[in-house]
Design a protein around this ligand. Structure first.
Ligand code: MG
Length: 230
């Protein structure tokens, strides 16, 4: 079937999430040291504990498990510190995170090229608010036709429903969509199971039968090799 839409994961696909998170986490540790009198090691420990607790309390893989305000509130409750610090922690984290958000090289040009021929979307596991803020900070919002967040659909990738809503918004069958992402399990296998084409963005060798690009700028050529218009 003719390709009609290219849909991207956001985190660690259009920008380096790990680098932005580490930068933001450093700012958070500094805040915790100064305001909560907590060492970085202790803060990292409680953060990990609360992440697990947040998932088990939500009872599944929902967008709410990514909500940092809930996480900071739970950290403060566990430490028996005033919850009035939760909004401050959220501001410290997200201000530093967005400051460190940089698009991966070539992403804007690639999206501009693809958008001449295809509908371009984003399908992402996270609450909508901060995914919009990230895309705004990356200055990519003007190149994206639609966004599907796990908050909007109530399930997370690799659940089929998220991919189905992507295809609905693209206005074409799943078989006419190509999904691009850094996660083999969430993005690539999820998209393939939903009937889309998929390409893994990774420097690692691809398993048999999985298409891979190492750099987002390779996508127009990849699509050309697959018989589509770049
Ligand atoms: Mg990702």
């Amino acid at each position: 079937m003719k390709l009609r839409a290219v849909i991207f994961d956001l985190d660690n696909t259009l920008y380096d999430y790990d680098a932005a998170h580490e930068h933001a986490f450093g700012a958070l540790c500094a805040f915790a040291g100064k305001t909560l009198d907590l060492s970085e090691a202790d803060f990292r420990t409680v953060y990990r504990q609360v992440m697990d607790e947040q998932i088990s309390r939500a009872g599944g893989q929902y967008a709410a498990i990514h909500n940092r305000m809930i996480r900071f509130q739970m950290i403060l409750e566990r430490l028996k510190k005033p919850i009035l610090y939760a909004p401050d922690m959220s501001d410290v984290y997200w201000d530093a995170f967005l400051d460190a958000c940089q698009p991966v090289p070539g992403v804007r040009q690639t999206l501009e090229t693809l958008r001449q021929t295809y509908t371009v979307g984003v399908g992402t596991n996270m609450t909508a608010d901060y995914q919009f803020r990230k895309l705004q900070t990356l200055r990519l919002l003007d190149l994206i036709d639609f966004l599907v967040s796990s908050e909007e659909v109530g399930v997370e990738k690799p659940e089929r429903k998220l991919f189905e809503v992507c295809a609905q918004k693209a206005g074409c069958p799943a078989g006419a969509c190509l999904f691009v992402g850094d996660s083999l399990s969430h993005d690539v296998r999820g998209a393939l199971d939903a009937g889309m084409a998929a390409v893994w963005l990774s420097a690692k060798p691809a398993p048999a039968g999985i298409d891979r690009v190492t750099d987002i700028s390779e996508l127009p050529d990849f699509i050309r090799r697959k018989g589509g218009r770049p």
